[in-house]
Ligand binder design. Structure first.
Ligand SMILES: *Cc1c(COP(=O)(O)O)cnc(C)c1O
Length: 411
């Protein structure tokens, strides 16, 4: 392997077809932001759009805005935009609530669609909320279902004809390891189980083909690679073929077939609208729409290529210059999402030392340093500069100072 130098990265930036997208985002001078997999950066147009919705739609048009500015249609409209990014035809994706709440809705619906089956299978070490929501559902349903959480290499073997649902996160939040969506979906379905994908770490980072992979159910965040803003509403996908049987338990009025008839009895809407519970978050939807429109301008194949290339180069740099770390992510580009994790027992302090230099990655307990690669606003040369800083921090033990060693509440 030839030794990489900074010039290699400068040249890649000069020839990067996605480079102009960086101007669409607000990034402080000198900041290297490798945490877009946790909170995506602010698009330039977001503040104006949200302000317009506040000043004109809320401030002046007030209640009329539900109709004249289509506030009520936004969950569907934005859902279809997310759908275009994850390979779903219109009418199957809705933007609402949080990923956590949506997991609960879909898992409960899945149990209803597979009433004779008792197992909800997932992976140990999955993102905690995914595990907790399945546990909460199982508790609510008494002995009817049980959560079977297994290490990654045992999950697929465990799927059997008593499995109602398999819930997996497509790209693992810590390691970036990626499941083969088409193969796993098929395997679950061959056993008669429903497959739910959590796309929190893949939507906006790579092309996804929910429809052509014959996915059943999916959820995901919009504040990570999709840049919708802190706490922006999540999405939920139910394949068209399931919509007729789909019954989710949070039967709020806006999931009703005729919400404004105010009938006493619940009757769910026929389409994906039934996934709605209560009033949509209008300001958050305004911010999200800007971000989705921006993302739709990017060619997802190019996004994936750049992200894979960045991951590969970052790993090469670490191998060439940073003997202190173990790699916590798959080395094979095809099996890795848009992040690279490094393992070190002092991971927290090392990340804090990087942040002091205006290089923002994050730490996931117990020993994971996470670096997210967001092709729309990262430069190749940022990779070089990050590793250069790491070399300095490690070789001079610069991380070993009290201000870096004390843990903050949110890591
Ligand atoms: C980020 C993330 C979530 C977050 O769920 P919220 O309800 O938005 O807090 C859920 N699942 C996975 C896999 C995630 O990465």
């Amino acid at each position: 392997m030839t030794k990489l130098i900074r010039k290699n990265f400068e040249l890649l930036d000069q020839n990067d077809s996605l480079a102009p997208m960086r101007d669409e985002f607000i990034l402080q001078e000198g900041l290297i932001y490798l945490d877009g997999n946790s909170l995506g950066v602010l698009p330039k147009d977001t503040a104006n759009r949200v302000n317009e919705v506040i000043q004109q739609q809320w401030g002046v048009d007030l209640i009329r805005s539900w109709n004249c500015h289509y506030w009520m249609q936004k969950p569907i409209e934005l859902g279809d935009k997310v759908g275009r990014l994850v390979g779903a035809e219109a009418g199957q994706t809705l933007v609402c609530d949080t990923t956590s709440i949506n997991i609960f809705k879909l898992a409960a619906a899945a149990v209803k669609m597979r009433p004779d089956r008792t197992k909800l299978i997932t992976e140990t070490g999955n993102f905690a909320t995914d595990l907790y929501l399945l546990q909460g559902l199982a508790k609510l349903l008494g002995d009817q279902v049980q959560v079977v959480a297994l290490p990654r290499d045992q999950v697929l073997h465990a799927i059997d004809d008593d499995t109602a649902l398999v819930l997996l996160t497509h790209v693992h939040f810590k390691t970036g390891a990626m499941w083969d969506m088409a193969t796993v979906t098929q395997l679950a379905q061959e056993k008669g189980a429903l497959m739910m994908w959590d796309l929190s770490h893949s939507a906006g980072a790579m092309p996804i083909s929910l429809d052509s992979f014959n996915a059943d159910l999916a959820v995901g965040c919009t504040y990570k690679y999709l840049n919708g803003g802190p706490g922006s509403p999540a999405f939920v996908y139910v394949a068209k073929r399931h919509l007729a049987q789909f019954e989710q338990p949070l039967t709020g009025w806006l999931g009703h077939a005729k919400p404004f008839a105010f009938n006493d009895d619940y009757q769910g809407a026929e389409g994906i609208e039934q996934a709605m519970c209560g009033t949509p978050s209008v300001l958050a939807n305004a911010a999200l729409e800007v971000a989705l429109d921006l993302m739709l301008k990017a060619d997802m194949e190019q996004v994936r290529l750049k992200s894979q290339h960045m991951g590969k180069l970052f790993i090469q740099l670490i191998q060439q210059r940073c003997p202190w770390f173990e790699l916590g992510s798959p080395i094979n580009d095809e099996q890795r999402g848009s992040q690279v994790s490094l393992i070190h027992t002092q991971g927290y302090a090392i990340i804090q030392a990087l942040i002091e230099r205006n290089i923002v990655g994050d730490f996931r307990a117990p020993d994971n340093l996470r670096f997210g690669f967001t092709p729309l606003y990262l430069k190749y040369v940022d990779l070089w500069d990050t590793v250069d800083a790491l070399v300095d921090i490690m070789s001079n033990e610069h991380w070993n100072q009290p201000q870096f060693l004390n843990k903050k509440a949110v890591t």
